[in-house]
Structure formats: C-alpha cells, structure tokens
Write a protein that binds this ligand. Structure first.
Ligand code: AMP
Length: 224
C-alpha cells in the first residue's frame, strides 16, 4: 500500500516523502480514503500510530481543493494539552508545506494578545485546547462560522479532563460543520455519547497500539 493509492495529491505526497514516510501506517491506510470522501471517522488509536497524519492529510487535501474568500477558519482540531496542540500544528505545517494554507495554534497559560493577532490575520486551520478556544469565543476574538471539519483528538483524555461541556458547546455553535472526526485511545462511554450525538454514520476503525517497549531480558541457561 502506498500513500498515492490512498488518493492523496502530489503536494501532500511530496511533503510526506520529505518526512521520510515510506508507506502509510494502518490507521492512515484505513482512515484516509473514507475521510477524503467526506465520511466521519471514529478511530480507536493511540499516539504513536500515525493518527495525526490520518486526519491532517485529508483535511489539507480538502481545503486545498477549494479556495475561501478572506481565509476563514475551515478546519478545527481540538486536543487536550498544549504539547499535543503544538505537535499537531507542526504536523499540519510539515504535511502542508507545499500548499498555500495557513494554520495556527492556541492554548491556555499564555497571553491571548498574540493569538488574537494571528487569528485576525486569517488562518485556514486552527488547532486549539477547548478551554482557551472557549475564552476566545466568549470575547468574540475568533470566528468559527465557516468551520466545515472538526477533529477531536485524544477524545477520551479530553473528556476525562473535564472538557465535556466546552467540547459540546463548541460543537453546538458550528452550524456549518459537515464532518467530525474522533480519535481516541479508548472508546469510553463519554466518547460513544459524543459520537452518537454529533457524528453521522461514522466509519469505525481500530488499530492495535504499537507494541510496548519490552524490558531487556537476558536469558541464562542452567546446565544441570
Ligand atoms: P502520531 O501518532 O501521529 O503522533 O505519530 C507518531 C510518529 O510517527 C510521529 O513521529 C510521526 O512523524 C511518525 N509517522 C507518522 N506516520 C508515519 C509513516 N507513515 N511512516 C513513518 N513515520 C510516521
């Protein structure tokens, strides 16, 4: 299986090759084709499986196929922590380096002013932690009325951390949303509930976690 066979376009294929990716990981092979056709995906996959590329590549391809006046936010990725948010945005930059799309990241614990400035300049893709995004929504420093695609990354962790209300409030405000992707290490009751309410006939994909690194075991032979 190659990335080309999954239906990705040339600028993305080139960027993935630059990253040194030779072939799709299982979650990528299973999630990219349905996501490219606009299906919702519910992926049971941990960090380390390549899930970021599994949701980022289809978003980049879909956005690059349609121009939008004034660069409104068209894709929103919610993730529980600042570290994950930064990593995801770096991945969007890497996979989208040959595309004329812009992304930015917002999270709590830092000043809002630079974030407001970046949002004002226009971004196609926003990666955010839910609490800080809610702050921007309350202050009306972010506009989400053109968001088409949303991804909940590490959904179980995000909901466990108490972001359920923020996440549902955000989803309820996105009147023009067409797709919701959810990726989660476990499909907990809360994850199922959100999927049930907000996803439409999702493709369910489970990939086994990457093998835990095993401790070095030295074997001894005992000659009796
Ligand atoms: P993720 O699970 O998205 O956090 O990705 C885990 C790591 O795997 C990251 O360092 C990625 O750059 C890398 N990775 C993702 N997809 C592939 C691939 N198809 N081939 C090789 N490495 C990959």
């Amino acid at each position: 299986m190659t990335f080309q066979e999954l239906g990705l376009n040339e600028p993305i294929l080139r960027a993935l090759a630059d990253q040194g990716y030779e072939q799709p990981s299982p979650i990528q092979a299973k999630a990219i084709p349905p996501a490219l056709t606009g299906r919702d995906v519910l992926g049971c996959a941990q960090t380390g499986t390549g899930k970021t590329c599994a949701f980022a590549a289809p978003i980049l391809q879909q956005l690059s196929g349609h121009k939008a006046q004034g660069r409104p936010i068209r894709a929103l990725i919610l993730t529980p922590t600042r570290e994950l948010a930064l990593q995801i945005q770096e991945s969007f930059e890497a996979y989208g380096k040959y595309l004329p799309l812009r992304s930015t990241v917002i999270f709590g614990g830092v000043g809002q002013a630079p974030q407001v400035e970046r949002l004002k300049n226009g971004v196609d893709i926003l990666v955010a932690t839910p609490g800080r995004l809610m702050d921007h929504m309350k202050r009306r420093t972010v506009r989400l009325d053109k968001v088409q695609t949303v991804v909940l990354d590490e959904a179980d962790r995000m909901l466990d951390m108490g972001f359920v209300r923020d996440v549902t409030r955000i989803l309820d405000q996105l009147k023009h949303r067409r797709n919701l992707g959810m990726f989660s290490a476990t499909i907990s009751r809360e994850v199922m509930d959100i999927s049930w309410v907000y996803q439409r006939d999702p493709v369910e994909i489970t990939v086994r976690p990457v093998e835990e690194s095993k401790p070095d075991i030295t074997q001894y032979r005992i000659d009796l």
